[in-house]
Write a protein of this length. Structure first.
Length: 230
């Protein structure tokens, strides 16, 4: 689906990793109606990360439940053999990890051949220099603020300096700076102040309170922190 957001807009992308897997279609409709901007889909293979989640068939099955952007995060290695399947399943943004293989540039090119927006992600232990050579080829940079593999982990504050550095690297380029891991209505202020604009939240949306209230609180605190930092 068309992404009408600008790179500077605050975007709330609930991660369905924290949703009720027995009723995922209903959950996607619920967060759509609750005011989310994107639907974040965490794909894990049990190899690159120590968990297995969903594949392209499930993305395809969920696609009719929302017209919001499907923000698909591939935590898999190798990723290239599966990019076409996820593109055809209805992904709008496909993000691959810099650590997932030796040919990051090729992976990003492949995503673009299917008419999708391309993202690159780095884990907490990866230096931001790993993405410097592809920064002009991406639409999104995703900084992991937990070690990928499981939902519900605690935010790693040491990633804030990395977010600030990448925001400077981006400069005026039309690139979303996304964060994922341990984000809730409290920690979102830290990452927004550091320069992130696309906010992935799993437990912060799905656990406790209504989805609409949780999304609104995260958005409000992110916008307040960004304004204070301006």
């Amino acid at each position: 689906m068309a992404d009408r957001s600008a790179p500077g807009d605050i975007i709330i992308a609930p991660s369905i990793l924290s949703a009720d897997f027995a009723r995922l279609g209903e959950e996607v409709r619920a967060i759509d109606e609750a005011g989310c901007d994107w639907i974040h889909v965490d794909v894990m293979d049990g190899h690159f990360v120590p968990n297995i989640t969903i594949g392209p068939d499930l993305v395809q099955a969920l696609r009719p439940h929302s017209r919001k952007v499907f923000d698909v995060h591939l935590m898999i290695a190798p990723c290239d053999p599966f990019i076409e399947a996820f593109a055809k399943a209805g992904s709008d943004i496909i993000t691959v990890h810099a650590e997932a293989g030796p040919h990051l540039d090729r992976s990003l090119q492949l995503i673009k051949t299917f008419g999708k927006k391309a993202g690159v992600s780095i884990t907490p232990s990866t230096h931001e220099s790993a993405i410097a050579h592809v920064i002009d080829k991406v639409d999104l940079i995703l900084v992991m603020t937990v070690n990928p593999g499981f939902g519900g982990q605690a935010f790693i504050p040491a990633q804030l300096d990395k977010i600030r550095t990448i925001r400077k690297m981006i400069g005026s380029r039309p690139i979303h700076l996304e964060v994922d891991g341990g984000i809730n209505a409290t920690t979102v202020a830290l990452v927004a102040e550091a320069g992130a604009n696309a906010i992935v939240a799993g437990s912060g949306v799905f656990k406790g309170g209504t989805y609409a209230d949780n999304i609104a609180a995260i958005r409000k605190n992110a916008e307040r922190a960004r304004a204070a930092a301006a």
